[in-house]
Design a protein around this ligand. Structure first.
Ligand SMILES: Cc1cc2nc3c(=O)[nH]c(=O)nc-3n(C[C@H](O)[C@H](O)[C@H](O)COP(=O)(O)OP(=O)(O)OC[C@H]3O[C@@H](n4cnc5c(N)ncnc54)[C@H](O)[C@@H]3O)c2cc1C
Ligand SMILES: NC(=O)c1ccc[n+]([C@@H]2O[C@H](COP(=O)([O-])OP(=O)(O)OC[C@H]3O[C@@H](n4cnc5c(N)ncnc54)[C@H](O)[C@@H]3O)[C@@H](O)[C@H]2O)c1
Length: 476
């Protein structure tokens, strides 16, 4: 059995823990797939490289409203795909080659699983061990359990971005982040898109106002079919794919649609199970995540196991790259400073959905805040500020955007922020900052300049619209 000082399983955020402090350690990085993990190869980065041109095309289509007549002559999918992956594949290849070039690092290109505490076995039967092991092996696509998902032309986010040609039409199954982003990509680039979702609600974790506004916009941009559960996919006589579904309400009503391509976007599951965690007595949560404490130490029987760490999608309910990266920074420190353990601050985790229009959110939804207030004898104040009511919104003739804020009306603490509209993923950042550093609503609104007439004035006005200390007439 080969011994190392440290084994890292997974080359996504796990790869980033190796700082200068690790130069004298004998390290193994285990990565059976493309080096760099999900975000780089099949996730955040390539999706956004498709989202951007799709948004450009969408804006061109919408420009006549502003007095600019534009026409989209052509969308070069193969050229776009090759441009995107020329950049990404080179980063993955260079990342692998760099790690392989280091004297103290061994890259093992196989899957591993536990056979005993601190002992992992590769697919080819080699056993490796280390006193410190970082489990950063992410999550995988969840496939609906229906016939036909293995047919050619049925894709997931892992494969759809490498399609040889842009599909004329596509059925996207699911109502979460991935479905929302790919519906925008394909619709923006000119495919005919049908979105099929089991429930009547899109983006289920989001604030009701935002989810409803998004569903309204989605229905204007593509064919939105809500309340249908997929029952199977078949090869149609013309060689295309027929998706079949039945009504989710049990009425027995049936639905079908034929398209060139089907994209399954029905969630991701953590890869804790594939590590065989029972062989090392590791705790797994009901959601299938490796259980960790606040220092990212993996738990066994509720107690931290010395030298065993986890980070990212394999242990995080958030399934977000910035969370995986933050946890990687904590693990990077803790592995080499066990006497000075750091923790990860998960209080205000923002996220954005890069669809059209963009959506961004941090903190409690209004519904969660109302429940929290009822349980804690608190009172909340809510402000919905339309983008269309600030100067830059006039310039855009905006009819969609909202910045919705929720605060504790006694303390002025911002509890939640939810935006839909142009640049929402950037507009939310000053609010994340204010929340993270304990600023009260009035301090955020009046303790800084807001550039006029930037779109950020929508955030300023939303803050000023909250009924909180410092902003009431008797506080003046
Ligand atoms: C289409 C898509 C778009 C996304 N967009 C965004 C976004 O815009 N913003 C955002 O914040 N997040 C986004 N995410 C989520 C984000 O990609 C993940 O949260 C993040 O990449 C998780 O990082 P990780 O290091 O935990 O895992 P990963 O990056 O998945 O790395 C885990 C690695 O472990 C390897 N592995 C798995 N099992 C084993 C094993 N048994 N042995 C050895 N190696 C193993 C895998 O091959 C993989 O490379 C997106 C995800 C997808 C799928
Ligand atoms: N911009 C971002 O930050 C970003 C982008 C993409 C993905 N992600 C991350 O990746 C994760 C996975 O994304 P996702 O969109 O696949 O998951 P999700 O959990 O957001 O949505 C899954 C959807 O699939 C539906 N579904 C599940 N099983 C189904 C079935 N059998 N039939 C029909 N519908 C079914 C669910 O109802 C839900 O609407 C997200 O949790 C997110 O954190 C983030």
């Amino acid at each position: 059995m080969r011994s190392y000082d440290l084994i890292i399983v997974g080359s996504g955020s796990g790869n980033s823990i190796l700082t200068d402090e690790y130069r004298d350690m004998d390290v193994a990085i285990v990565e059976p797939n493309r080096f760099g993990g999900t975000c780089l190869n099949v996730g955040c980065i390539p999706t956004k490289m498709y989202v951007y041109p799709a948004t450009v095309a969408d804006q061109a289509r919408d420009a006549a409203r502003l007095g600019v007549d534009a026409a989209i002559e052509n969308v070069d999918w193969p050229g776009m795909r090759d441009r995107i992956f020329a950049r990404i594949d080179a980063i993955a290849t260079n990342g692998l080659q760099y790690r392989q070039s280091l004297e103290n690092v061994t890259v093992i290109q196989e899957y591993v699983h536990f056979v005993a505490p601190y002992v992992l076995e590769t697919q080819s039967g080699e056993r490796i061990t280390a006193p410190q092991i970082v489990l950063a092996n992410g999550s995988r696509v969840h496939m609906p359990d229906v016939p036909g998902t293995d047919l050619e032309g049925v894709h997931t986010s892992d494969t759809v971005m490498r399609l040889p040609q842009q599909p004329r039409d596509i059925v996207v199954v699911g109502g979460g982040y991935i479905a929302a982003e790919f519906c925008h990509v394909f619709q923006g680039l000119g495919s005919s898109v049908t979105q099929l979702n089991r429930s009547h609600r899109l983006l289920r974790a989001h604030d009701d106002t935002i989810a409803e506004r998004f569903a309204r916009e989605a229905a204007e941009h593509w064919d939105l079919q809500l309340g249908w559960s997929i029952t199977g996919i078949e090869r149609a006589q013309d060689g295309r794919l027929t998706v079949r579904a039945e009504a989710s309400d049990g009425s027995g009503e049936l639905w079908e649609r034929t398209a060139d391509v089907v994209l399954l976007a029905t969630g991701r599951v953590p890869n804790a199970d594939t590590l065989d965690p029972g062989a090392a007595d590791l705790d797994v949560t009901d959601a299938g995540l490796l259980a960790v404490d606040e220092h990212q130490r993996v738990l066994s029987g509720g107690e931290p196991v010395a030298g065993l760490w986890a980070l990212g999608d394999v242990c995080s309910p958030h399934q977000l790259k910035h969370v995986a990266n933050a946890e990687a920074r904590v693990v990077s420190h803790n592995v080499v400073h066990p006497e000075d353990l750091r923790g990860c601050d998960h209080r205000y985790v923002p996220s954005a959905v890069f669809t059209e229009p963009q959506i961004a959110s941090v903190g409690m939804t209004e519904r969660a805040a109302r429940e929290w207030a009822a349980e804690n004898g608190a009172e909340i104040t809510v402000k919905e500020q339309d983008f269309g009511d600030v100067a830059y919104g006039w310039a855009m003739e905006d009819r969609v955007g909202i910045c919705k804020l929720i605060a504790d009306s006694r303390t002025g603490e911002l509890l939640g922020a939810h935006l839909i509209g142009r640049d929402a993923s950037n507009l939310v950042q000053p609010l994340v900052q204010g929340m993270s550093f304990g600023l009260r609503v009035h301090e955020m609104a009046r303790g800084q300049y807001w550039i006029h007439p930037a779109l950020a004035e929508v955030v300023e006005n939303a803050l000023l619209g909250l009924d909180v200390p410092g902003q009431r007439p008797d506080d003046a």
